[in-house]
Design a protein around this ligand. Structure first.
Ligand SMILES: NC(=O)c1ccc[n+]([C@@H]2O[C@H](COP(=O)([O-])OP(=O)(O)OC[C@H]3O[C@@H](n4cnc5c(N)ncnc54)[C@H](O)[C@@H]3O)[C@@H](O)[C@H]2O)c1
Ligand SMILES: O=C(O)C(=O)C[C@@H](O)[C@H](O)[C@H](O)COP(=O)(O)O
Ligand SMILES: [Zn+2]
Length: 370
């Protein structure tokens, strides 16, 4: 490490998870307490860095900016709106204006410091500026650590729907400093656990046992974060541009993204994905032969985590319209991620509309309220 900033060093050796996207530069996801100090060492030698952060995280981001400056990097904080409103093309435009004002060149660095909305935005800003500059992600929510900051999916929302404009742009590194989670509100932790539960159902059932033992996640948080990152890293490494298997990471997202759109992005992503997974589990039971007990486990566990598991029936026409512009759709064909069994996910293309409706009816009936 060449950092000379005197920044806080990780108290213990970080966990390192390798991501090796086929045909692209490999990188590591580091997980540990006090890791944000590693940023300055990684950036040393660069001329400029722009640290994109939500206004609400200005104080924490200022620490990272100070570390970068102490390492000789001309670092600039760039405040962006909080929550999903960060993921608007106009916000990306303002970030590009700022990079232009700073004279950002191809060897300068974008840092995404915040939740998944900021890491999605920062990745997209970096992907497009000069057709691609490096980005280091410093996720500050559970959700961003286990999912959003890893894997190179970047983008913004449009009037037509969620994440419809974007680019694949893998980060140079991902620094998950678990000390930053100390200020995270419980509802945000629960939302992040939705993606952890997803990783459990599609690939690593041990996650579900850990959450059964403590649905707050607190007792096993470092292990849960590491396990979910390993699931994501494995899938992304094999299929970085979602030509096939990566679609399983979209479990629960077909309905989940539709709920986010219908709710005008006032729902947390993790909360919408929770309802979406209950729906996907029902569809799996009805159309892919998933064991009823495994389907039911979705409702039970997500309820205990504190996440919603039902949604009003009257919204169905709007939800169906929103699902048609999901990125997994082909032509007029809807495609969903389903489970054949615990830990075994696949695509179900063009299912019988009656079964899709029946799966939603079960969600609307609140059978999952537990
Ligand atoms: N690119 C991907 O692969 C991918 C994967 C999953 C989700 N996502 C995207 O991620 C977004 C959701 O991310 P999110 O759940 O992190 O939401 P978010 O970014 O809106 O953060 C949630 C809230 O927590 C606050 N916050 C962040 N860190 C904090 C901290 N340490 N202490 C206190 N408050 C803190 C934020 O300011 C915000 O108000 C969605 O837009 C979703 O589409 C992307
Ligand atoms: O990384 C992926 O691939 C995922 O699908 C992870 C999802 O949790 C995430 O919400 C992603 O942004 C959804 O992707 P999208 O392509 O449906 O927008
Ligand atoms: Zn997601």
């Amino acid at each position: 490490m060449s950092g000379t900033s005197g920044a806080t060093r990780a108290a213990t050796e970080p966990v390192r998870v390798a991501v090796a996207p086929a045909g692209e530069r490999p990188y590591e996801v580091l997980v540990g307490d006090g890791l944000v100090g590693e940023l300055a060492g990684m950036a040393a030698g660069r001329t400029r860095a722009a640290v994109l952060h939500p206004a609400a995280m200005a104080a924490q981001a200022a620490g990272a900016v100070a570390d970068l400056r102490a390492a000789g990097v001309e670092a600039h904080p760039v405040a962006v709106p909080d929550g999903e409103t960060a993921k608007e093309l106009a916000v990306a435009g303002r970030c590009w204006d700022e990079l232009g004002r700073l004279g950002f060149t191809r060897d300068d660095l974008v840092v995404g410091f915040g939740g998944g909305t900021v890491t999605d935005l920062a990745g997209f800003v970096a992907a497009c500026w000069l057709r691609g500059v490096d980005v280091i992600q410093v996720p500050t929510t559970v959700l961003a650590m286990v999912d959003a900051a890893v894997g190179g999916k970047t983008g913004v929302d449009t009037a037509a729907g969620k994440n419809l404009v974007g680019a694949f742009h893998q980060p140079l590194a991902v620094l998950c400093d678990t000390a930053l989670l100390a200020t995270l509100p419980p509802a945000e932790t629960a939302a992040g656990l939705a993606e952890v539960v997803k990783a459990g159902f599609i690939a690593d059932p041990a996650i579900l046992d850990l959450l059964d033992a403590d649905p707050t996640g607190a007792a096993h948080l470092p292990e849960l974060i590491e396990r979910a990152i390993r699931v994501k890293a494995d899938v992304v490494s094999g299929d970085p541009r979602e030509a096939g298997r990566r679609e399983i990471l979209n479990y629960g997202h077909t309905l989940g993204h539709a709920i986010e759109k219908v709710e005008h992005y006032t729902w947390r992503h993790g909360a919408a994905i929770s309802v979406g997974m209950v729906f996907a589990a029902e569809l799996s039971r009805l159309a892919a032969g998933l064991d009823a007990a495994v389907a039911g486990r979705h409702r039970e566990l997500l309820t205990r985590v504190g996440l919603p598991v039902s949604y009003p029936e009257k919204a169905w026409p709007d939800l169906l319209a929103a699902m048609r512009v999901d990125k997994k759709s082909r032509g007029r064909m809807l495609r969903f991620v389903v489970l054949d069994a615990l830990g075994s996910a696949r695509i179900l293309a063009d299912p019988d509309p009656a079964l899709v409706r029946a799966a939603f009816d079960a969600v609307a009936a609140g059978e999952g309220k537990g």
